[in-house]
Write a protein that binds this ligand. Structure first.
Ligand SMILES: [Zn+2]
Ligand SMILES: [Zn+2]
Length: 334
């Protein structure tokens, strides 16, 4: 069993040195070709865009864009109204206030994120940053979750166009909070960033490295929950994704493209979930996150959905991973 240093979660790791990627091979998912509101020229079928990167001379809600952000037509949370935090007897409730947006990564229907050019993926990253910075101005928001479901088993069954989603939340998700608390406690005793320490060790050992460039490292985490799980860390310490430099945007686009292509190539296009693990917005709260700028380090998680979560995982909170990360890294870099 291996303990995840970032969350304290235990993972039962298969004791195997060899894995045939073909045992986990997937049939690439087929995109629906019925009418798609996210394709170029269908801009009128979505709510008005809140952000876009466009060619000079093109106008809003018309063709001529590289990335386009629109509100979700069936949002899980609504942007209007106040939070209305209150008690219902013993229980706490609040209004479902928040943002739910769709980031359309490409005007083309037949392309996945990893099939885009580096400059196109860079535009997707710029769109993430622009939306984060904008939503930080909304005092009701405490956290912005950016994630992506690729493939049917990963939850993309109703939309086959390549998109990311964004949810602006009035509360920090539990899973992020756990990481924040672990990082804060580590910093309190060592006065060092836990993520920087792990990064240095991964670079030294090089047993789990999947890809690397000047600004980023992609590796299979020591206590990976899922086969072929990947983490992407910026090499320079930074708690907030929105402070990424223009040079780093391109580096991130390159490493994301490299790692997702390796996954696609090795396993035949498995479904995956990608998420940005960022710090919350720094709203003044007494006694909270005083050292967050130093103790937390933003990163990306890529979780391939190759094995099903069973009753064991739901009931215990432990995961069983049939592919040790050292083996996964070797499979991805044959
Ligand atoms: Zn489409
Ligand atoms: Zn760090």
């Amino acid at each position: 069993m291996r303990k995840d240093v970032f969350t304290g979660r235990w993972v039962i790791m298969a004791d195997t040195a060899v894995v045939r990627p073909s045992d986990f091979h997937f049939t690439r998912f087929v995109r629906e070709t019925t009418f798609c509101p996210f394709c170029e020229t269908n801009e009128a079928s979505t709510p008005a865009e809140v952000f876009a990167i466009r060619t000079r001379g093109s106008s809003a809600n018309r063709p001529g864009w590289s990335v386009r952000v629109v509100p979700n037509v069936a949002p899980r949370l609504r942007i209007e109204g106040d939070l209305g935090r209150r008690a219902e007897g013993f229980h706490d409730v609040m209004n479902g206030v928040g943002a739910h947006e769709i980031i359309v990564e490409t005007p083309r229907h037949d392309c996945s994120l990893h099939e885009l050019e580096v400059h196109e993926i860079s535009n997707v990253i710029r769109a993430y940053v622009a939306r984060l910075v904008d939503l930080e101005g909304d005092k009701r928001m405490r956290y912005v979750l950016i994630f992506k479901n690729h493939g049917e088993q990963a939850g993309a069954h109703t939309i086959s166009h390549s998109i990311s989603q964004l949810m602006g939340l009035a509360v920090t998700p539990r899973s992020v909070k756990t990481k924040l608390m672990v990082a804060r406690d580590y910093f309190a005793t060592k006065e060092r960033c836990l993520y920087c320490d792990v990064l240095q060790q991964e670079l030294k050992e090089r047993k789990r490295v999947i890809a690397e460039n000047e600004d980023f490292l992609a590796f299979a985490p020591f206590a990976s929950r899922f086969p072929f799980e990947m983490a992407v860390f910026p090499k320079a310490h930074n708690s907030a994704f929105s402070r990424i430099s223009p040079g780093q945007v391109e580096g991130l686009a390159r490493i994301l493209r490299d790692t997702l292509r390796k996954l696609d190539h090795t396993l035949g296009g498995p479904p995956y979930n990608l998420s940005l693990q960022d710090r919350p917005f720094l709203r003044p709260r007494a006694g909270y996150w005083n050292t967050i700028e130093d103790d937390f380090h933003w990163h990306l998680e890529v979780l391939p959905q190759i094995v099903r979560i069973s009753g064991f995982e739901w009931a215990s909170g432990f995961f069983y991973n049939p592919v040790p990360p050292e083996v996964a890294a070797r499979c991805l870099n044959p």
